[in-house]
Design a protein around this ligand. Structure first.
Ligand code: HMG
Ligand code: MG
Length: 286
């Protein structure tokens, strides 16, 4: 029996944000335009964060202005605060995302504030998005392991996920930011989160540092999740998560899902081309 699973493409944002060489906006635009022909419903294009913190995303408005928008695709952007939200709205992002951490150590490293301060900062973003009719997504990072605080208690993930849901996030993406999760720890985490938020409002966002992301996706499928974030070419890493490797590669997730009998609606030939383009952007780095 076939079943639809959506892959939310992260390559232009999570995939590229950690690259040291400043990639020209034209190359990012070309990648997004190619991705727009593959069958994705949602593509995370960029983030409106401090350019001092993440210089690679300083061209967020230029990239969103330069892409050719295909009908039916939601072009998304990360927004850590109201300043970022207002810039994303001006750049006509179709949806925005706020991003919290399940550990205090990663919250400080990534957002320069505690978890509760970050939630306070997100509240006006959520309010503005609701008033403007812009869909709001939420992330929880370090859902199994934190590079600063060690193993993450599942109850802590559930608490933050519920807070984001209460703020109006239509979907909460659960980030194994450093790719140390195993089917066992992912299962324990999901069990706790599912007691608060239904599977239909959850997504898995797994980095592949230890090569276990596909197993973790299978575990999540078994618990009812049907949306996964991935980046073409396995690009990625978070600048504030030491040792974090790439996102799980979209083409690998699509192939595994096909083997398991799930539909993704993605064109495998064009996906291969996009993976090649994504890898070439990285290879051009010194
Ligand atoms: P801060 O230094 O505490 O902020 O950083 P601030 O409010 O004091 O502002 C400092 C400066 O930044 C000021 O400029 C602000 O105007 C400017 P100055 O007066 O010094 O010239 N500023 C901004 N500029 C542009 N856009 C903005 C913005 N906000 C302030 N939105 C802040 C706090 C949140 C801004 C900072 O920590 C930040 O930008 N963090 C983002 C870090 C980031 O992007 N991390 C990667 C994304 S998260 C991720 O990858 C995980 C995920 O993939 C899931 C997973 O894998 O787990 C989503
Ligand atoms: Mg990530």
């Amino acid at each position: 029996m076939s079943d639809f699973v959506e892959i939310f493409e992260m390559g232009p944002r999570d995939g590229l944000q950690n690259e040291k060489r400043l990639i020209p906006a034209a190359d990012k635009i070309a990648l997004v335009n190619l991705l727009s022909s593959i069958g994705f419903r949602r593509i995370e294009v960029t983030s409106f964060v401090s350019p001092k913190w993440v210089p690679q995303m300083a061209d967020a408005a230029e990239v969103l202005a330069g892409i050719s928008r295909a009908p039916g695709i939601s072009y998304a952007a990360l927004t850590p605060n109201l300043k970022g939200y207002e810039a994303a709205r001006a750049a006509r992002a179709d949806e925005v995302a706020i991003f919290a951490s399940a550990s205090e150590g990663f919250s400080q490293a990534n957002l320069n504030c505690s978890i509760s301060q970050s939630l306070e900062r997100f509240a006006p973003v959520a309010e503005a998005a609701r008033a403007d009719g812009i869909p709001l997504r939420g992330y929880v990072s370090v859902v199994t392991d934190c590079p600063f605080d060690g193993p993450t208690p599942p109850a802590q993930v559930a608490r933050v996920a519920a807070a984001l849901r209460d703020m109006g996030c239509y979907e909460i993406s659960l980030g194994d930011t450093i790719g140390h999760g195993t089917p066992h720890t992912i299962r324990a985490m999901l069990k706790a989160v599912l007691a608060e938020v239904p599977a239909a409002q959850l997504a898995g966002h797994y980095h592949d540092t230890r090569g276990r992301a596909l197993e973790n996706i299978e575990q999540s499928l078994a618990l009812g999740l049907r949306v996964f974030d991935a980046a073409v070419g396995g690009l990625g890493g978070c600048p504030y998560a030491p040792g974090a490797a790439g996102n799980v590669a979209t083409e690998a997730v699509a192939a595994r899902l096909a083997d398991l009998g799930f539909e993704t609606g993605l064109n495998p030939v064009l996906l291969g081309k996009a993976a090649e383009m994504a890898r070439s952007l990285r290879l051009e780095n010194p």
